[in-house]
Design a protein around this ligand. Structure first.
Ligand code: NAD
Ligand code: ZN
Length: 351
């Protein structure tokens, strides 16, 4: 088991990563809780709720709330439903919420915990590769029909307990989605980590030692950044590497038609191309392209309008003079933010 302490402006919490560590769940909770509510989704519920229940302190009253699997559950309706369940289950300020699942559950259950009775404790029990990213850093949110994550808060958990045995049941498409964020952490931090990921075939069973190592390194990169810039005043923006175009692709194609990570994977390819053109440098574009293709990332998308993508990439969509901000690399491990002209973007996107 690997343990990493994260310090935020409001608390300190441990991230535990390892195989089979759910058995020690009760030991990883920072204090005793009498009333615990597990929030999970329909797929994860079938697979893992029983285990989690078994390893929670036997003295606690435990309830389970299940929402449908998928991004649509990050809604005001599910949020409200969970608050009602919390009230019915008599959760009070000394109670605990356990977020059992991927990023959707972490964001949703975290936002319930952040707002129920002005905030109660919660722990993240991630079950997707992507959640190595989403469970760390304290961002919790639900979506509004007008946009993703528009309603949320910074609300760190009391602990992250990541039993990587749960990843054995993850479908390949979700492995690809999660590994995009792993390789992102490599690109923005360190060449050796990046190269190791580029040598990994994620379509077959990844050796547990390697998978755990990648997840721990990814978490360390994220933790280091959020500890220095929790509220995204400056360097936390670097975690958006690949996300400017990635988010634009996600919304142009419609959520559900491409996973977040797959869209970000293509966004990173583009960010690398823009970096090479802007700084006249050479980055491992080819090696990354081959890795994406060998691991069956969707490299050819349905035709998308370049103008629509650019409009979506603009932070301030209402201002005609708005410019697109992107995270670029000066070299592997040296991210920077840069403003790119529409003309340059059009030229590069047209290819
Ligand atoms: P997800 O939670 O929807 O999980 C993906 C799918 O895998 C779901 O169908 C789920 O039921 C299933 N699943 C989960 N664990 C499984 C397992 N062990 N075995 C089999 N199936 C399993 O999605 P995700 O990709 O984990 O997270 C995406 C969400 O994370 C997005 O809403 C995104 O906005 C959010 N996110 C948040 C942050 C943050 O900092 N808070 C960062 C990145 C992403
Ligand atoms: Zn992301």
């Amino acid at each position: 088991m690997h343990k990493q302490l994260i310090t935020t402006s409001t608390n300190q919490y441990n991230v535990f990563v390892g195989n089979g560590i759910i058995e020690n769940l009760a030991d990883y909770l920072p204090k005793e809780y009498q009333n615990i509510m597990i929030i999970t989704d329909s797929i994860v519920h079938e697979l893992y709720t029983e285990d989690v229940r078994k390893y929670l302190p036997q003295s606690a009253q435990v309830s389970v709330s299940v929402v449908p699997a998928g991004e649509n559950s990050k809604s005001i309706e599910q949020y409200y439903h969970l608050l009602t369940e919390a009230i019915k289950n008599n959760l009070d300020r000394k109670s605990l919420i356990v977020a059992l699942g991927g990023g959707v559950i972490g964001d949703l259950a975290g936002f319930v915990a952040a707002t129920y009775m002005r905030g109660i404790d919660f722990v993240q029990v991630p079950t997707t590769i992507l959640a190595h990213d989403s469970s760390v850093g304290g961002k919790v949110a639900i979506n509004h029909p007008e946009g993703k994550n528009l309603i949320g808060n910074f609300y760190p958990p009391q602990a992250v307990i990541f039993d990587t045995d749960t990843l054995k049941t993850l479908p390949n498409i979700e492995k690809r989605s999660g590994y995009a964020e792993v390789i992102k952490h490599g690109f923005i931090s360190n060449e050796a980590f990046l190269e190791d990921v580029l040598e990994t075939d994620i379509t077959t069973d990844i050796p547990p030692m390697k998978l755990n190592d990648h997840l721990q390194k990814g978490i360390a990169v994220k933790a280091d950044i959020v500890e220095k810039d929790e509220k995204e005043a400056n360097i936390r923006k670097f975690l958006n590497f690949g996300h400017t175009l990635g988010h634009a692709i996600e919304s142009e194609l419609g959520y559900g038609n491409i996973t977040h990570g797959e869209a970000v994977a293509i966004g990173m390819l583009f960010a690398i191309e823009v970096s090479e053109a802007t700084y006249r440098i050479s980055l491992p574009y080819q090696a990354y392209y081959h890795w994406l293709s060998a691991n069956q990332y969707p490299l050819s998308l349905p035709p998308l309008s370049v103008q629509n993508l650019i409009n979506r990439m603009k932070k301030d969509k209402k201002s005609e003079n708005a410019m697109v901000q992107m995270v670029l690399l000066k070299e592997v491990g040296s991210p920077v933010t840069e403003t790119i002209s529409d003309q340059d973007l059009t030229n590069l996107l047209d290819n």
